[in-house]
Design a protein around this ligand. Structure first.
Ligand SMILES: C[S@@+](CC[C@H](N)C(=O)[O-])C[C@H]1O[C@@H](n2cnc3c(N)ncnc32)[C@H](O)[C@@H]1O
Ligand code: SF4
Length: 392
């Protein structure tokens, strides 16, 4: 599998990301277990904005002086936010920290809430990249996934994204009920003709406590078996690589150099602040890595911020073991792999050479000329087992 052209930045030149979670959606998709909620009566957006600004000040006080390399508005459906709300949050981020001139500012958008004027507003507010939840290019699948848009509306949204932003990506879900390799091949090839530099391709997972979970359990929703899932995954890798969009992470494909810089911050285990209901953060304070999380329920988060100035409910100091496990878990998702020297610095011990040798002999990991340890294309489908073995 190809690896990223770019070397990892040194620790002191690492990225700092800001994740902003907007937890509201127009409707709840039956497969989704993200922290997303429908509020039929609408929400008081100016009141939420005030809370986001308060919480930002809280994170900036805890982690001052950082240079922001990426901001990501995720959800939920951030494309339901007013452009002024997005702009005010970006202004506050700029006041709290310094923001690099080349910072990547991404906003996730749902095709059912995309209009050209709305995208112009986001662009004027400072957004320079959008990620669209297309999910499928056929209407029957979109209906089954509970989406509010048709395939044509999704393609229209992609066209608006292309006209509005230099950088855009879209998501598709594959291994959907009854989907055959032939159908997926045609759909993916069609999608690639609409793609620019980046695609996120997720295999459908059945998440606990979702309507899909109940349907699946009762046999009313049948998804492709493991062998077909593997065929679909292999097909995805082959088609995307041939089209110049190799995987740089398990589910993410990009032209070399066009990887999502914000997600690289997570996978390279750098620092990020998480703002909004249920947002996670990883901050280095007094030389120790802290894992932070905020209250998940939007209204409870709002009230907490209004009384305390932030919605933070956890602040865990990570042990060397937790930190190095996380480093492996996240870093081995990337085709570039991990730097064993950085692992040793975090864990206080080296990876076990015998385990590496066994996994390498089985063809699941390899060492690159750069000294990085990476999972091979044969290892990716069993990534969890490979990571568990290395971390043991
Ligand atoms: C928070 S959503 C993205 C943006 C927006 N809310 C939307 O749906 O258009 C992130 C992405 O996760 C993926 N996703 C969510 N639940 C999934 C599941 N159970 N299986 C596979 N992919 C899933 C979808 O592709 C979705 O676009
Ligand atoms: S997939 Fe996107 S639109 Fe659907 S419920 Fe989840 S976050 Fe909301």
């Amino acid at each position: 599998m190809p690896v990223l052209a770019r070397a990892q930045p040194a620790e002191d030149d690492a990225g700092f990301g800001v994740y902003v979670h907007w937890p509201f959606c127009a409707s709840k998709c039956p497969y989704c277990d993200f922290n997303s909620h429908v509020r039929a009566g609408g929400i008081d957006e100016p009141r939420y904005l005030r809370a986001y600004l308060s919480e930002l000040a809280h994170w900036a006080a805890l982690a001052p002086g950082r240079r922001v390399t990426s901001v990501f508005f995720g959800g939920g459906t951030p494309s339901l936010m007013a452009a002024d709300t997005v702009g005010a949050i970006l202004d506050a981020i700029g006041n709290a920290w310094s923001v690099g001139a080349d910072a990547e500012i991404t906003l996730e958008a749902n095709p059912s809430s995309v209009e050209a004027a709305r995208f112009r507003g986001y662009r004027a507010a400072g957004v320079n990249r959008v990620s669209l939840g297309v999910q499928a290019l056929d209407d029957a699948s979109l209906k089954e996934l509970g989406r509010l848009h048709t395939a044509q509306e999704a393609l229209d949204a992609v066209a608006i994204a292309r006209r509005s932003f230099e950088r855009y990506s879209f998501d598709l879900i594959y291994a959907r009920p009854r989907q055959t390799p032939q159908e997926w091949e045609a759909e993916l090839k069609r999608a690639i003709t609409e793609a620019a530099e980046h695609l996120s391709l997720y295999q459908l997972t059945i998440e606990p406590e979702t309507p899909f979970h109940a349907l699946h359990k009762s046999g009313k929703l049948v998804i492709p078996d493991d062998d077909t899932g593997r065929t679909l995954y292999d097909l995805t890798q082959e088609i995307c690589s041939n089209a110049g969009l190799p995987a740089y992470e398990v589910s993410n494909h990009a032209r070399p150099g066009a990887e999502c810089r914000h997600n690289l911050v997570y996978w390279r285990a750098h620092e990020y602040a998480g703002v909004g209901p249920g947002a996670h953060g990883r901050l280095d304070i007094d030389g120790r890595r802290r894992a932070t999380m905020t209250e998940k329920r939007p209204e409870a988060w709002l009230m907490r911020v209004e009384s305390l100035g932030h919605g933070q409910i956890t602040d865990d100091l990570l042990t060397a073991e937790e930190r190095s496990d996380e480093f492996l878990l996240m870093g081995l998702r990337l085709t570039e792999g991990i730097d064993p020297v950085r692992y040793r610095a975090l864990a206080g011990r080296s990876l076990d050479p015998d385990r590496i040798a066994t996994l390498a002999a089985q063809g699941f990991v390899e060492s690159g000329g750069d000294g990085f340890l990476r999972v091979t294309s044969a290892g990716f489908p069993i990534l969890d087992a490979v990571v568990a073995d290395l971390a043991a």
